[in-house]
Design a binder for this molecule. Structure first.
Ligand code: HEC
Length: 244
């Protein structure tokens, strides 16, 4: 019995070994047949890890993305990019793509792209932030920001903080938000029908006061921060290159 168990164990681990070997083998194969490889770097950080590099073929609506490794290298496997011309884009907090913005993939060859990023600072960076990055960069505790998870069903966090408001005005904004149906967007607001369910406040009555005060103070903190950084970035000799 014990012997049989041992045999079972041995075959299981042998299977695992084969499986692992298979993985490394296919990994090596994929690497050798890359369609597009390169390095991501910036003047500020040198080679950059964790940058999302995306390629979208002309005329296609599919975007393929890979992430750069700890040496800044990235690689698109050949089976993911068919030959053609691709638009390159990147995602890295605080950076935009300086170039190249295009790459050509040819059958049976590995194209190389030396991807350079430019740092953006001050006000320039605000439109580039995702909801999560906005929430992370706002002052205050997670507890204070918690209510904003109810605000992103219809629009971005950025919209909430684009116009300055007093706490009283924010309270009115909250009430107005409660009159839109879920799935509304700022381009197409859909008011709820009047009646018993004609209001769906995005935040509870007890939270309204603290949330309004929080937004008003966070908004003025952003304004201060971006006006100081943008004046220092003006002193820089050359503006960072902008992507379209
Ligand atoms: C059910 C959909 C919906 C939800 C949920 C929602 N909003 Fe809105 N929001 C809208 C729409 C639609 C607009 C654009 C029309 C308008 O301004 O009334 C908007 C615009 C805004 C604006 C810009 C207008 C201005 O006066 O500055 C702010 C600020 C705002 N929302 C804050 C919030 C906050 C804070 C929350 C969460 C507590 C929230 N929204 C939740 C639908 C929503």
């Amino acid at each position: 019995m014990r012997f049989r168990n041992l045999c079972l164990l041995a075959s299981v681990s042998f299977g695992a070994f084969l499986f692992q070997a298979g993985l490394t083998l296919s990994g090596a194969l994929a690497q050798s047949s890359a369609a597009l490889t390169g390095t991501v770097s910036s003047t500020e950080e040198g080679n950059m890890e964790g940058v999302v590099v995306s390629a979208k073929k002309d005329g296609s609506n599919i975007t393929v993305s890979v992430v750069s490794d700890d040496k800044g290298n990235f690689s698109f496997p050949a089976d993911r990019l068919s030959p053609g011309r691709y638009t390159i884009s990147i995602r890295a907090s605080g950076y935009i793509l300086a170039g190249p913005k295009e790459a050509t993939v040819s059958a049976g060859q590995t194209a190389w792209a030396d991807v350079k990023l430019g740092r953006v600072g001050g006000r320039d960076i605000l439109p580039l932030l995702s909801n999560a990055e906005w929430l992370n960069s706002l002052p205050g505790s997670d507890q204070q920001k918690q209510f904003m998870t109810n605000c992103v069903g219809c629009h971005t966090v950025k919209r909430i903080l684009t116009n300055p408001h007093t706490p009283e005005e924010y309270q009115q904004v909250f009430r107005r938000m409660g009159t839109y149906s879920p799935g509304s967007t700022p381009v197409r607001p859909q008011p709820l029908l009047p009646g018993p369910r004609g209001e769906r406040p995005p935040i509870g009555a007890a939270e309204i006061g603290p949330a309004a005060n929080y937004l008003a103070s966070a908004r003025s903190a952003i304004k201060r921060a971006s006006s100081t950084t943008s004046s220092s970035s003006r002193a820089r000799p050359a503006a960072p290159p902008r992507s379209s």
